[in-house]
Design a protein around this ligand. Structure first.
Ligand code: ZN
Length: 69
């Protein structure tokens, strides 16, 4: 038979990139690494590196200064 299934997948809130879908929501949330939530938005590695600098002393990410054109 054909059965409808609901899938969950992590989606980057910045660029829209998607991770592999899985059937279980908690599984999708538990395996987001190396993606991370930054200020409430789930971001992929490339977007984190593009938008944030890692501060080794404070062990945290700080938003990059936006270039002032
Ligand atoms: Zn992204």
């Amino acid at each position: 038979m054909i059965q409808k299934v609901t899938m969950y997948q992590a989606v980057c809130d910045e660029c829209g990139k998607k991770r592999n879908p899985c059937k279980d929501r908690s599984y999708a949330e538990g395996y987001i690494a190396p993606w991370e939530y930054m200020e409430g938005r789930l971001l992929c590695r490339q977007c984190i590196e593009r938008m944030y600098d890692y501060d080794e002393e404070k062990d945290c990410y700080i938003p990059k200064a936006i270039p002032n054109n």
